[in-house]
Design a binder for this molecule. Structure first.
Ligand SMILES: [Ca+2]
Length: 229
Protein backbone atom coordinates (compact mmCIF):
# COMPACT_ATOMS: atom_id res chain seq x y z
CA UNK A 1 0.00 0.00 0.00
CA UNK A 2 2.45 2.60 -1.25
CA UNK A 3 -0.04 5.47 -1.30
CA UNK A 4 -1.19 4.97 2.28
CA UNK A 5 2.37 4.72 3.55
CA UNK A 6 3.37 7.93 1.80
CA UNK A 7 0.56 10.13 3.02
CA UNK A 8 -0.43 8.55 6.33
CA UNK A 9 -0.69 10.79 9.41
CA UNK A 10 2.65 12.27 10.33
CA UNK A 11 4.30 11.65 6.96
CA UNK A 12 2.61 13.67 4.25
CA UNK A 13 0.25 16.62 4.79
CA UNK A 14 1.51 18.84 7.58
CA UNK A 15 -1.30 18.16 10.03
CA UNK A 16 0.61 19.48 13.04
CA UNK A 17 1.96 22.58 11.39
CA UNK A 18 -1.16 24.30 10.10
CA UNK A 19 -2.40 27.37 11.87
CA UNK A 20 -6.05 26.69 12.76
CA UNK A 21 -7.19 30.20 11.75
CA UNK A 22 -5.50 30.32 8.36
CA UNK A 23 -6.47 27.02 6.74
CA UNK A 24 -8.81 24.13 7.44
CA UNK A 25 -6.75 20.90 7.66
CA UNK A 26 -9.37 18.89 5.78
CA UNK A 27 -9.31 21.38 2.88
CA UNK A 28 -5.58 20.84 2.53
CA UNK A 29 -6.07 17.09 2.83
CA UNK A 30 -8.72 17.12 0.12
CA UNK A 31 -6.49 19.07 -2.23
CA UNK A 32 -3.59 16.71 -1.53
CA UNK A 33 -5.81 13.66 -2.14
CA UNK A 34 -7.15 15.04 -5.41
CA UNK A 35 -3.64 15.94 -6.51
CA UNK A 36 -2.35 12.43 -5.84
CA UNK A 37 -5.39 10.87 -7.59
CA UNK A 38 -4.82 13.14 -10.61
CA UNK A 39 -1.15 12.13 -10.69
CA UNK A 40 -1.98 8.41 -10.72
CA UNK A 41 -4.78 8.67 -13.29
CA UNK A 42 -2.43 10.63 -15.57
CA UNK A 43 0.01 7.69 -15.59
CA UNK A 44 -1.33 4.53 -17.27
CA UNK A 45 1.76 2.42 -16.65
CA UNK A 46 5.36 3.15 -15.89
CA UNK A 47 8.67 1.81 -17.15
CA UNK A 48 10.77 0.16 -14.47
CA UNK A 49 14.42 0.87 -13.79
CA UNK A 50 16.13 -2.52 -13.82
CA UNK A 51 19.20 -3.65 -11.87
CA UNK A 52 20.96 -6.59 -13.55
CA UNK A 53 23.70 -6.88 -10.94
CA UNK A 54 27.08 -7.30 -12.61
CA UNK A 55 25.62 -8.44 -15.92
CA UNK A 56 25.84 -5.96 -18.78
CA UNK A 57 22.84 -6.42 -21.09
CA UNK A 58 23.83 -7.98 -24.39
CA UNK A 59 26.92 -9.62 -22.91
CA UNK A 60 27.80 -13.30 -23.30
CA UNK A 61 27.06 -15.81 -20.53
CA UNK A 62 27.99 -19.49 -20.34
CA UNK A 63 25.34 -22.20 -20.59
CA UNK A 64 24.23 -23.63 -18.25
CA UNK A 65 23.97 -20.40 -16.30
CA UNK A 66 21.67 -17.71 -14.96
CA UNK A 67 21.40 -14.13 -13.75
CA UNK A 68 18.85 -12.07 -11.83
CA UNK A 69 17.33 -8.71 -12.70
CA UNK A 70 15.52 -6.75 -9.97
CA UNK A 71 13.13 -3.81 -10.18
CA UNK A 72 10.44 -2.14 -8.07
CA UNK A 73 6.70 -1.88 -8.63
CA UNK A 74 4.49 0.63 -6.80
CA UNK A 75 1.44 -1.66 -7.14
CA UNK A 76 0.63 -5.35 -7.30
CA UNK A 77 -0.86 -6.56 -10.57
CA UNK A 78 0.01 -7.29 -14.16
CA UNK A 79 3.17 -5.87 -15.67
CA UNK A 80 4.67 -6.47 -19.10
CA UNK A 81 8.10 -7.74 -19.99
CA UNK A 82 9.90 -7.80 -23.31
CA UNK A 83 13.46 -8.78 -24.08
CA UNK A 84 15.75 -10.18 -26.72
CA UNK A 85 17.22 -13.61 -26.01
CA UNK A 86 20.55 -13.79 -27.80
CA UNK A 87 22.44 -16.93 -28.84
CA UNK A 88 26.09 -16.39 -29.82
CA UNK A 89 27.21 -19.62 -31.45
CA UNK A 90 25.44 -22.96 -31.48
CA UNK A 91 22.68 -22.95 -28.85
CA UNK A 92 20.48 -25.89 -29.73
CA UNK A 93 16.75 -26.08 -30.32
CA UNK A 94 14.45 -28.85 -29.18
CA UNK A 95 14.84 -32.52 -30.04
CA UNK A 96 18.46 -32.12 -31.02
CA UNK A 97 21.47 -34.09 -29.83
CA UNK A 98 22.30 -31.44 -27.21
CA UNK A 99 19.08 -29.53 -26.55
CA UNK A 100 19.45 -26.30 -24.52
CA UNK A 101 16.43 -24.95 -22.64
CA UNK A 102 15.79 -21.33 -21.66
CA UNK A 103 13.82 -20.67 -18.45
CA UNK A 104 12.28 -17.45 -17.12
CA UNK A 105 11.12 -17.05 -13.51
CA UNK A 106 9.41 -14.15 -11.77
CA UNK A 107 9.85 -14.12 -7.99
CA UNK A 108 10.90 -17.76 -8.10
CA UNK A 109 7.92 -18.96 -10.16
CA UNK A 110 8.58 -20.22 -13.67
CA UNK A 111 6.53 -18.44 -16.34
CA UNK A 112 8.25 -19.49 -19.55
CA UNK A 113 10.47 -22.28 -20.88
CA UNK A 114 11.50 -22.84 -24.47
CA UNK A 115 14.20 -24.24 -26.71
CA UNK A 116 15.30 -22.23 -29.74
CA UNK A 117 17.63 -23.00 -32.61
CA UNK A 118 20.08 -20.17 -32.09
CA UNK A 119 22.74 -21.58 -34.37
CA UNK A 120 23.04 -25.18 -33.19
CA UNK A 121 20.14 -26.91 -34.96
CA UNK A 122 16.95 -28.48 -33.59
CA UNK A 123 13.51 -26.87 -33.64
CA UNK A 124 12.03 -23.75 -32.04
CA UNK A 125 9.70 -25.19 -29.39
CA UNK A 126 7.89 -23.49 -26.51
CA UNK A 127 7.73 -25.95 -23.60
CA UNK A 128 5.93 -24.02 -20.83
CA UNK A 129 3.92 -20.86 -21.41
CA UNK A 130 1.07 -20.24 -18.92
CA UNK A 131 1.07 -16.44 -19.52
CA UNK A 132 0.82 -16.62 -23.30
CA UNK A 133 4.25 -15.28 -24.23
CA UNK A 134 5.04 -14.53 -27.86
CA UNK A 135 8.42 -15.42 -29.32
CA UNK A 136 9.73 -14.44 -32.74
CA UNK A 137 12.93 -16.35 -33.43
CA UNK A 138 15.57 -15.81 -36.09
CA UNK A 139 18.49 -18.16 -36.65
CA UNK A 140 21.30 -16.14 -38.18
CA UNK A 141 22.60 -17.55 -41.44
CA UNK A 142 19.58 -19.81 -41.97
CA UNK A 143 18.64 -20.09 -45.61
CA UNK A 144 14.94 -20.91 -45.31
CA UNK A 145 12.36 -18.17 -45.59
CA UNK A 146 11.16 -18.48 -41.99
CA UNK A 147 14.67 -18.12 -40.50
CA UNK A 148 13.92 -20.97 -38.13
CA UNK A 149 15.78 -23.63 -40.04
CA UNK A 150 16.74 -26.87 -38.31
CA UNK A 151 20.16 -26.50 -39.87
CA UNK A 152 23.28 -25.75 -37.88
CA UNK A 153 24.68 -22.35 -38.87
CA UNK A 154 27.11 -21.56 -36.02
CA UNK A 155 26.09 -17.92 -36.49
CA UNK A 156 23.85 -17.70 -33.43
CA UNK A 157 20.43 -16.11 -33.52
CA UNK A 158 17.93 -14.25 -31.39
CA UNK A 159 14.38 -14.53 -30.12
CA UNK A 160 12.26 -11.48 -29.26
CA UNK A 161 10.00 -12.51 -26.36
CA UNK A 162 7.13 -10.58 -24.75
CA UNK A 163 4.68 -11.58 -22.03
CA UNK A 164 2.54 -10.28 -19.14
CA UNK A 165 3.90 -10.99 -15.65
CA UNK A 166 2.33 -10.92 -12.17
CA UNK A 167 4.11 -8.43 -9.92
CA UNK A 168 4.27 -7.77 -6.19
CA UNK A 169 4.43 -4.37 -4.49
CA UNK A 170 8.08 -3.48 -3.92
CA UNK A 171 11.07 -5.40 -5.26
CA UNK A 172 10.48 -8.10 -7.89
CA UNK A 173 13.11 -10.50 -9.21
CA UNK A 174 13.37 -11.92 -12.73
CA UNK A 175 15.63 -14.93 -13.20
CA UNK A 176 16.90 -15.70 -16.71
CA UNK A 177 18.60 -19.07 -17.09
CA UNK A 178 19.75 -21.74 -19.51
CA UNK A 179 19.98 -25.45 -18.77
CA UNK A 180 21.51 -28.24 -20.86
CA UNK A 181 24.81 -29.98 -21.46
CA UNK A 182 27.83 -27.93 -20.46
CA UNK A 183 29.61 -27.18 -23.74
CA UNK A 184 31.49 -23.98 -22.94
CA UNK A 185 30.79 -20.26 -23.45
CA UNK A 186 32.35 -20.22 -26.94
CA UNK A 187 29.96 -22.95 -28.08
CA UNK A 188 26.81 -22.21 -26.09
CA UNK A 189 27.03 -18.50 -25.28
CA UNK A 190 23.76 -16.72 -24.55
CA UNK A 191 22.59 -13.37 -23.27
CA UNK A 192 19.68 -10.96 -22.82
CA UNK A 193 19.32 -7.57 -24.46
CA UNK A 194 16.70 -4.88 -25.07
CA UNK A 195 15.14 -5.59 -21.68
CA UNK A 196 12.04 -3.53 -20.92
CA UNK A 197 9.53 -3.82 -18.07
CA UNK A 198 6.30 -1.90 -17.52
CA UNK A 199 4.83 -1.95 -14.02
CA UNK A 200 1.18 -1.39 -13.06
CA UNK A 201 -0.11 1.68 -11.20
CA UNK A 202 -2.39 1.47 -8.12
CA UNK A 203 -5.94 0.34 -8.90
CA UNK A 204 -9.11 2.39 -8.22
CA UNK A 205 -9.63 0.51 -4.93
CA UNK A 206 -6.31 1.97 -3.82
CA UNK A 207 -7.52 5.51 -4.58
CA UNK A 208 -10.66 4.82 -2.54
CA UNK A 209 -8.57 3.59 0.40
CA UNK A 210 -6.30 6.59 -0.02
CA UNK A 211 -9.16 9.08 0.06
CA UNK A 212 -10.86 7.25 2.94
CA UNK A 213 -7.60 7.47 4.87
CA UNK A 214 -7.34 11.19 4.15
CA UNK A 215 -10.94 11.70 5.25
CA UNK A 216 -10.34 9.85 8.53
CA UNK A 217 -7.19 11.88 9.14
CA UNK A 218 -9.13 15.09 8.50
CA UNK A 219 -11.91 14.12 10.93
CA UNK A 220 -9.35 13.20 13.57
CA UNK A 221 -7.64 16.54 13.13
CA UNK A 222 -10.93 18.47 13.44
CA UNK A 223 -11.85 16.58 16.59
CA UNK A 224 -8.46 17.37 18.12
CA UNK A 225 -8.96 21.02 17.24
CA UNK A 226 -12.43 21.07 18.83
CA UNK A 227 -11.13 19.27 21.94
CA UNK A 228 -8.39 21.88 22.29
CA UNK A 229 -10.90 24.78 22.43
CA1 LIG B 1 23.71 -27.60 -26.71
Amino acid sequence: MWGIEQIGPGKGPKLGHLHPDTEEPHATLLRTGLGIAAFFTAVIAQAASVNTGGYVLGGELASPGSFDATFSSTAAGTGYLHFQLVGFASLDGYDNCCTDVFHLRINGMEVFAASFNLGGGGTNTILFNPNGATALTTTHGATDSLHDSHQVTWAGGDSRIALPIDLLVGVNTLTFSYTGLRQGVGDEGWGVGSLGITTPVPEPQTYALLLAGLGAAGLLSRRRKQAAR
